[in-house]
Design a protein around this ligand. Sequence first.
Ligand SMILES: *[C@@H]1O[C@H](CO)[C@@H](O)[C@H](O)[C@H]1NC(C)=O
Ligand SMILES: *[C@@H]1O[C@H](CO)[C@@H](O)[C@H](O)[C@H]1NC(C)=O
Length: 417
Amino acid sequence: MVTPTELNILVDTGSSNFAVAAAPHPFITHYFNTALSSSYQLTGRTVAVRYTQGNWEGELGIDRVSIPKGPNGTAVINIAAILSSEGFFLPKVNWQGILGLAYPMLARPDASVEPFFDSVVQQLGIPDVFSLQMCGAGLSASSTDDPAGGSLILGGAEPTLYRGPVWYTPIVEEWYYQVEVLKLEVGDQNLDLDCREYNMDKAIVDSGTTLLRLPINVFSAVVGAITRSSLIQEFSSGFWDGSKLACWMKGETPWRFFPKLSIYLRATNTSQSFRITILPQLYIQAVTDVDSPLDCFRFGLSSSTNGLVIGATVMEGFYVVFDRVQRRLGFALSNCAVNGGVALSEIAGPFSAADVASDCSSGAPKEPLLWVISYALMAVCGAVLVVLLLLLVLPCRRRDRFGEITDESSLVRHRIK
Ligand SMILES: *[C@@H]1O[C@H](CO)[C@@H](O)[C@H](O)[C@H]1NC(C)=O
Ligand SMILES: *[C@@H]1O[C@H](CO)[C@@H](O)[C@H](O)[C@H]1NC(C)=O
């Protein structure tokens, strides 16, 4: 009997390797000591993965895992032992590894390295479906503890974690979880761009990305529409580009000044769409660790040169079902996206898709030559017991908000009476 190593793992639907720290690093407190695992075997291959931020190198091995509270039995899975890294483990992150849940096409060094979930499905006979509830939204900036959590359900969906119907959108291409965005609305205002702009060069659902990232043209249009419809005209551009925070007097929550944001996704009946909506509580985000007498917030959207990314900012509003059997993603209202009895997200449909092109994703380059994912600043932390045990439901902590502007001189100040 080997004592299991307990590690926190970042759950990332935008990559496909399972990798854990296997050597000491100044920013992590513990790691997977492969020498202590009697079942760990080297394959003799090395692997290097580069993300938008950070990279790591290590060796590929295989090991056995079992999942308590889950399917019975153990599975032999690929596991990359991270031996060196740059900018990957960061100060204050509370995780020591990453679980890539995307398709084999994104696995490194190549698609022959079967991803973790593929192995579990094959060997333990569970349905090829997982679902993710990310919590942590809408907490008051003054809350000091980390009450939020999240769940990763392997093999299906857990009805107690969501409300109402699950709306499905087809997976356009099986590499990232690529979907088709038909329309964006700010408040009631349709941005009215050509729908191909929203999917330039792809639109994906990625739990490893913190923000809602939008192609540059789309981002500018959204910021313009928010500025026009919010009651605040004098925001410094630094707020929108993420270099500055906006601060209000303590207790003056700013959300009533901002509109809702809606994303229309292609429905499985392709002549229809449905709409997922987030309230400003999800995209005007409290930054807790600023040493200031004010309550400070950051903008939860950013511009992107490599596609639209539905990241944690949006995912925190929804229970998301990754139904790989039927090649579709499902969205339902998340039970944890509620603050003070107010739901922070909405879903509505069906709507006619007759007013948009029949294929808004056409023209997208299909090879993943640009291996860029932003695992970024988000940590869905799960207590994962490598070697022998792997928890099915991963409890997790609110995301670490490191890397934020903490220099008071750079804060935008708004005092609203
Ligand atoms: C796993 O095994 C236990 C004990 O044999 C049994 O009660 C349980 O139903 C099994 N679970 C699954 C998912 O097969
Ligand atoms: C798909 O949507 C169209 C347009 O709303 C509708 O006319 C049609 O009946 C729907 N098809 C199915 C199978 O529901």
